[in-house]
Ligand binder design. Sequence first.
Ligand SMILES: Nc1ncnc2c1ncn2[C@@H]1O[C@H](COP(=O)(O)OP(=O)(O)OP(=O)(O)O)[C@@H](O)[C@H]1O
Length: 252
Amino acid sequence: MTIEESGKLPTGIKVSGLTQGYGNREVLKDFSLDVPDRSIVALAGPNGAGKTTLMRTIATLLKPKAGSIVVLGHDIAAKQGRNELRRNLGYLPQDFTADNKLTVKEYVEYSLWMRGFSKIKIEAASEVAIDRVGLSQTKHVKLRELSGGMRQRAGIAAATAGDPDLLILDEPTSGLDPEQRSQFREVLRSLDSRLVLISTHLIEDVASLADYLVVISDGNLAYAGSADILREGDRSIEALERIYVNLMRAGQ
Ligand SMILES: Nc1ncnc2c1ncn2[C@@H]1O[C@H](COP(=O)(O)OP(=O)(O)OP(=O)(O)O)[C@@H](O)[C@H]1O
């Protein structure tokens, strides 16, 4: 997707005047953001910037303290909006926890069952999702017996199974080796999902995958726009890092 095309797309997520935090601590204050529908959106920023807090709020796991959020037409302040969104949401938390006694297949099937898939669809969708991340040979192995990278891939399979309309992935490439990261990008490109929100510290993820880039710095929006900003001109990693650091500084 090009910058011109993404500019014409309707809004996929609209966050307006969001205040969010923990106890008295406000992480995001009067935070607003629009991201285009039908895009892969990378969420970047330094540690503690508020990326996970924003993602968990959009995923309806944290209730906003103030402000409104409309995701793919669902107003998540309303119970019906939240429920409809949850049925069409794949979410991979950072350092996800799962019942380690489950096998890969059971874990992926469980995530589909939670989203209301029928038995027949669960069988087919889990096969596809497990195969996509290269765990077919390991599908009957328990999660506790997997290496870190394999476990992360099981998490990616569970989140992406059934190609949910909205996919939220919190640092999905952490713990993956370069080949697995490349395979992960292939998985994302092959999905039929409508909107993908992915947080990452890896500039290569953004440059090679994202249509749209959102940079948060200390709870402030530092940049929201086409990810083409990272693809223009000199493509050396150093040049990309420089652009990225400058974007983050803009929010301070
Ligand atoms: N459950 C919590 N209770 C209290 N404070 C929290 C909680 N979760 C996060 N915070 C604080 O909120 C701020 C934002 O955290 P958040 O996890 O959203 O940042 P992040 O951008 O995702 O960081 P990272 O890149 O390290 O994952 C941090 O200062 C963090 O310490």
